[in-house]
Write a protein that binds this ligand. Structure first.
Ligand SMILES: Nc1ncnc2c1ncn2[C@@H]1O[C@H](COP(=O)(O)OP(=O)(O)OP(=O)(O)O)[C@@H](O)[C@H]1O
Length: 582
């Protein structure tokens, strides 16, 4: 779906930075691995000695000595192999966790505009498939280095045994390496496509699960299954392409080194028969050659796995490098004292450059007063509300809270001072108590209950099967729209915010529920600066003042009755809202 630009160098640097940070573990894995690689070379040497100096000479005492020495080496090898594997695994999982936390920390800090333009499934795939790819490569670094060391040693020993034999036996290896590089160069784009396809499948899955209700409501199950079929088919097709490549090249990789062994057996056998080489040396040479085969043919795979890991790391880097567009200034101030006096001073703002939603928007809300923003759909009401907690920063003009430009304040202070109730209430799979206390974990049971009472939620909570301990949210008890909204109101007011924003907080409930929520709102709004955005007249009428937003500006202000009398546009907009509601 989305093709993103990848900075491979940055991906590599990211992996290196994490390897450096975990160097003690890595050093342990390497030392065990390298000891293993060197010791493996001793085994064929011992076998050669045993044949030439014990078996051929029929000396059983010596044979026993060689067997015991072989056993000793094998035991140390086993310990080294275990230690290498353990520390390689430990390092790779540690780095995967480090990266995952770094990624999650970043995602949690990014501003709204980032989430506006990034598909959730893509982000989820960064945290799963891509991190797995990196881990799979990391775990193989110490292991493959050990194999490479072993192969280099085997090569040297083979040359020392017989130069002509080594040259002949190695003749096939350039072919194997060439094939390997060719294979993995073709494999690489294929596996990259599969990775991207899997991210797309994750996107579709995430959307259909998150939007399950919508899918059912509109009877679009078949369409969604069709969408998944297309995405899943792409994975299958691209994965099969990779399988075809492996089917062709895999047997070649087995066959060619076998030819090398054949050459050694024939030419080396001749050398032994002619008495120009000992039998032990031939057996050792055959074993050295065997040790070379695997590392040489898997060289391409190592390179490809490294490339895949770097592509994945570059994708992860694309998230890590994002800077939140809304940032706290270096010497940000705490919140000044006050009761929530708000000024929008000639604010211009647009989500995209050159497309302003608000144009020189000016509005003053005295502390403790409530204002309802009314306007046609898409006129920018919610945008006004999103600017106050700095979900986005204004392009021009400024917003003052109790006299301070909000950009000079500590972000956390600012956001904690604003309670927001959105149109759809998100509940975590957790208890009612924890959902209410989400913004203030240290709140006592009494405080939570008081907030619930104010929000007219206490009664229904008390009626739930486990009261405040009932688990709600996706995996728990399902609450009605009105109940969810009242939990959201309780959650907002538990923060004792200076400013309360109700963004379409009553839109998803029926008239009777709205009545209940309205009663709750009346109490929590008393004496608190409140910004109401609603399509419902009854909710709008809760506000002291109504502001008509039109063309990105304040078109008129007054009480509901005043505007009804004086503003034709207000009457028009209300007409539209009513038409929509009915
Ligand atoms: N995240 C976003 N990215 C880009 N454009 C956006 C975004 N959110 C809103 N817009 C656009 O900004 C304009 C104002 O949107 P806003 O949500 O503020 O309107 P609203 O008055 O609250 O509408 P409604 O009454 O339908 O909720 C609309 O044209 C909308 O398409």
């Amino acid at each position: 779906m989305t093709e993103e630009a990848l900075d491979l160098r940055a991906g590599r640097d990211l992996v290196l930075r994490h390897l450096r940070a975990r160097w003690p573990m890595l050093a342990l894995a390497f030392s065990a691995g390298l000891s293993w690689g060197l010791l493996r070379l001793v085994e064929p040497y011992l076998v050669g000695l045993a044949i030439d100096h014990a078996i051929v000479d029929r000396d059983l005492r010596r044979l026993t000595q060689y067997v015991l020495a072989f056993l000793g080496v094998a035991a140390v090898l086993a310990v080294c192999a275990g230690t290498r594997r353990y520390w390689a695994m430990r390092t790779s999982y540690r780095i995967e966790t480090d990266l995952r936390l770094e990624l999650y920390d970043r995602v949690n800090r990014l501003s709204f505009d980032y989430h506006d333009r990034t598909a959730t499934g893509q982000l989820m795939s960064r945290g799963s498939a891509d991190l797995r790819e990196i881990q799979a490569f990391l775990v193989n670094i110490p292991i493959n280095s050990a194999y490479l060391l072993m192969a280099a040693g085997a090569f040297v020993l083979l040359v020392m045994t017989s130069l002509s034999l080594a040259v002949l036996a190695m003749a096939v290896f350039p072919v194997v390496t060439w094939l390997s590089v060719r294979f993995f160069n073709r494999l690489e784009p294929g596996t990259e496509r599969v990775q991207q396809d899997l991210a797309d499948v994750a996107s579709v899955t995430e959307e259909t699960i998150a939007g399950a209700r919508l899918v059912r409501a509109f009877g679009r199950e078949e369409h969604e299954v069709g969408r998944m079929r297309a995405a899943a088919d792409r994975v299958r097709r691209d994965a099969m392409e990779v399988v075809r490549l492996r089917t062709v090249y895999g047997p070649l990789f087995l066959l060619l080194p076998g030819l090398g062994q054949l050459v050694v057996l024939a030419y080396g056998g001749w050398l032994v028969v002619e008495g120009r080489m000992t039998l032990g040396a031939l057996v050792a040479a055959l074993q050295y050659l065997g040790m070379l085969a695997w590392p040489v043919q898997s060289l391409g795979e190592m390179i490809a796995s490294g490339q895949r890991a770097i592509v994945s790391a570059a994708r992860v880097w694309n998230v890590l490098k994002e800077e939140p567009s809304v940032k706290e200034r270096p010497h940000a101030r705490p919140l000044p004292p006050g009761n929530g006096h708000i000024v929008f001073d000639r604010v211009t703002f647009g989500y995209r450059e050159g497309l302003p939603v608000l144009r020189e928007f000016s509005l003053e809300i005295p502390a403790g007063r409530s204002v309802a923003l009314v306007g046609a759909t898409g006129s920018g009401k919610s945008t006004v509300a999103r600017l106050l907690p700095r979900f986005y920063d204004v392009d021009e003009g400024r917003i003052l809270l109790d006299g301070a430009d909000i950009r000079t304040l500590r972000l956390r202070d600012l956001r904690r001072s604003i309670g927001i109730v959105f149109e759809d209430t998100f509940l975590f799979s957790d208890t009612v108590r924890n959902n209410i206390a989400y913004g203030r974990l240290e709140a006592t049971d009494e405080q939570i209950e008081r907030a619930a009472k104010l929000a007219h939620a206490h009664e229904f909570i008390a009626g739930l099967e486990a009261g405040y301990d009932t688990v709600v949210g996706e995996q728990g008890f399902s609450l009605s729209g009105g109940q969810r909204q009242r939990l959201a109101i309780a959650r907002a007011i538990l923060m004792e915010p200076r400013v309360l924003i109700l963004d379409d907080a009553t839109s998803s409930v029926d008239a009777r529920m709205e009545e209940e929520i309205r009663n709750a709102l009346k109490e929590v709004m008393a004496g608190r600066t409140t910004l109401i955005i609603s399509h419902r007249l009854s909710t709008i009428s809760l506000a002291d003042q109504v502001v008509l937003v039109d063309g990105g500006q304040v078109a008129a202000t007054g009480t509901h009755e005043e505007l009804l009398r004086t503003s034709r546009r207000y009457r028009e907009v209300l007409g539209q809202l009513e038409a929509m509601a009915s």
